[in-house]
Design a binder for this molecule. Structure first.
Ligand code: DGL
Length: 278
């Protein structure tokens, strides 16, 4: 049993997202638990998930979990808010390794930090429609009110690299105006891409609003979970150990360009695979 645990400690963590967005979660995992190996899958052929049905997102997520398990991963992180909202419950039902999503960790912090009980959530249409953040936050603190706002244009803006741009500013002002009028004091960035426009969002919301980044909170939760299970890797993997592996379902070049622009780790490479085979 002990031997197994020692072996498991050095096994990789599987992380997946509908595309590039989950790299914001990977970046936090790399920072917070630098000894860990990561196998990442970005479903670049089938992105976006945010406008798809629960059935479809669940089927995609199940295929990806089967793919990641071929690497003998010790745990899986669903780095996509939409997949966490739609598929996590189903995935949890038939898996014998720990699996965590990004929604619960973000919801937990928001419930803790709000002072006036007014929390805003911005996310994809699917995540907002699922009411998942509202559900989790209410379980922790039933005296708060949650205001959801779908912001579908943020994903393409971020993927076009318009992180600091007047166009993004203008669209963000329009999306956020109603949350400003409602006087929220906490805003959850409930989509993988939004931490990349955090400074724009922060500027518009003003100093009095706390921005909650589920990517950061998830990495923290992951660290705590691995620690409590005795599965944290104590030693850095040696050179040539392939510490970070990236897989996609379509065109690896675009993914690599984006990855290298947000993860300042060196040149990352990615391999395209046929996810429909899993
Ligand atoms: N990764 C998705 C999320 O966090 C955003 C992109 C998509 O719609 O697939 O909800």
């Amino acid at each position: 049993m002990e031997i197994n645990r020692e072996l498991l400690k050095t096994a990789p963590i599987g992380v997946f997202d509908s595309g590039v967005g989950g790299l914001t979660v990977v970046r936090e995992i790399m920072r917070q638990i630098p000894n860990e190996k990561i196998v990442y899958f970005g479903d670049t052929a089938r992105v976006p998930y945010g406008s798809k049905s629960q059935e479809t997102v669940t089927r995609y997520s199940e295929q990806i979990v089967r793919f990641l398990r071929t690497f003998q991963v010790k745990t899986i992180v669903v780095a996509c808010n939409t997949a966490s909202a739609y598929a996590l419950d189903t995935l949890e039902q038939d898996i014998d390794i720990p699996i965590i999503g990004v929604v619960k960790p973000g919801a937990k912090v928001a419930a803790e930090v709000t002072r006036n009980g007014r929390i805003g959530v911005i996310a994809t249409e699917a995540t907002i429609g699922s009411q998942i953040y509202t559900e989790y936050i209410k379980e922790l603190n039933k005296d708060v009110t949650i205001y959801g706002k779908a912001c579908p244009l943020f994903v393409p803006l971020v993927e076009e690299g318009l992180l600091q741009d007047p166009v993004t500013d203008e669209i963000a002002r329009r999306y956020l105006s109603e949350l400003i009028d409602i006087d929220i004091d906490t805003l959850i960035l409930g989509c993988t891409h939004y931490p990349l426009i955090r400074s724009t969002l922060g500027k518009i919301m003003g100093d009095k609003v706390t921005l909650v980044n589920p990517a950061y909170e998830t990495a923290l939760e992951l660290k705590g979970m691995l620690q409590s299970l005795g599965l944290l890797n104590d030693e850095a993997p040696g050179l040539g150990s392939n510490q970070y592996q990236f897989y996609v379902s379509d065109k690896a070049e675009k993914f690599v360009r984006f990855a290298n622009s947000i993860i300042k780790y060196g040149i990352l490479s990615a391999k395209a695979i046929n996810i429909e085979e899993y």
